[in-house]
Write a protein that binds this ligand. Structure first.
Ligand code: TMP
Length: 221
C-alpha cells in the first residue's frame, strides 16, 4: 500500500518548503518517499512544463493550455506516480488535478464538467489520499512569488504571475470551493500562521493518516 499526498495553493503559498520538510520527516521514519511536481515530474512532463510556463507564449488559447496540462499528467501518472505507489511508497506531488480545476476551470472559466472528465482520464484512477491546500489571500501570495523570482533571477513562471489579480482571486475561490466539496480529503491551512505552525498541522494530519494506514505502508514501523 501507499500514500499519495498532493499540495495545492495560489502562487507563492509556500508549497515547496512544506514538501521538503515533509519529505525529511518521512525519510527520518525510514519510509520511501518521492517528491514530484505537475506539470513535470518526467521528461515529457517537463517538456510540457517549458511550453506551458514560457512567458513568450501569449497566444496560447485556454483549450491548448488545458490539454497540455492533462497530457503532462497522463504521462506523469503512468511513468512515475503509479509505479511508485505500487511499490508501496509515499508520493508527495506539488499540484495535481485540483490545480486544473482551479486554474483552467475557475481561473480561465473553462466548463468544469469538461475538466472533471479530462482529470478522470489523465489521472487513471489515482486520487490523493490527502491534499493540503496552503491558503492565503492572492495578493499576499503573488507578492511572495514575484519576490522569489526576483531573488532567483528566474523569469520562467511569469506567464501566470502576469495575470491580473482577479484571475488569481478566482483561482483561490476555486480551490476553496473544491475544499468545501471534499473537506475530508482537502485540508485548508492558512499560511499566514507561519512556516512552523503550518508544518505542525501537516505533520499531525499525516500522522493520523499513517495511523490508519501505517501497516500498509512499506517500511513503516
Ligand atoms: P508551480 O509554480 O506551483 O510549479 O505551478 C506551475 C504553474 O502551473 C502554476 O502557475 C499553476 C499552473 N497550473 C495550472 O494552471 N494547471 C494545472 O493543472 C497545474 C498542475 C498547474
Amino acid at each position: 500500500m501507499s500514500l499519495f499526498i498532493t499540495f495545492e495553493g495560489v502562487e507563492g503559498s509556500g508549497k515547496t518548503t512544506q514538501i521538503q520538510r515533509l519529505k525529511k520527516y518521512f525519510n527520518r521514519k525510514g519510509i520511501p518517499c518521492k517528491v514530484t511536481r505537475e506539470p513535470g515530474g518526467c521528461p515529457i512532463g517537463e517538456e510540457a512544463r517549458k511550453i506551458l510556463l514560457n512567458p513568450d507564449h501569449r497566444e496560447m488559447v485556454p483549450t491548448s493550455e488545458l490539454l497540455l496540462y492533462e497530457a503532462a499528467r497522463a504521462q506523469h501518472v503512468k511513468e512515475v506516480i503509479k509505479p511508485f505507489l505500487k511499490k508501496g511508497g509515499v508520493v508527495l506531488c506539488d499540484r495535481f488535478s485540483d490545480a486544473t480545476l482551479a486554474y483552467q476551470g475557475y481561473g480561465r472559466r473553462i466548463d468544469l464538467k469538461w475538466i472533471e472528465r479530462l482529470n478522470h482520464l489523465s489521472s487513471q484512477g489515482i486520487r490523493p489520499d490527502v491534499t493540503f491546500l496552503l491558503d492565503c489571500p492572492s495578493d499576499v501570495g503573488l507578492k511572495r512569488a514575484l519576490q522569489r523570482n526576483r531573488t532567483l533571477k528566474q523569469e520562467r513562471e511569469e506567464r501566470f504571475e502576469r495575470e491580473e489579480i482577479q484571475f488569481h482571486q478566482r483561482v483561490r475561490k476555486g480551490y476553496l470551493a473544491i475544499a468545501k466539496k471534499e473537506p475530508h480529503r482537502v485540508r485548508v491551512i492558512d499560511t499566514r500562521e507561519g512556516e512552523d505552525k503550518v508544518f505542525e498541522r501537516i505533520r499531525k494530519i499525516v500522522d493520523d493518516l499513517i495511523g490508519s494506514k501505517g501497516s500498509r505502508i512499506q517500511g513503516f514501523k
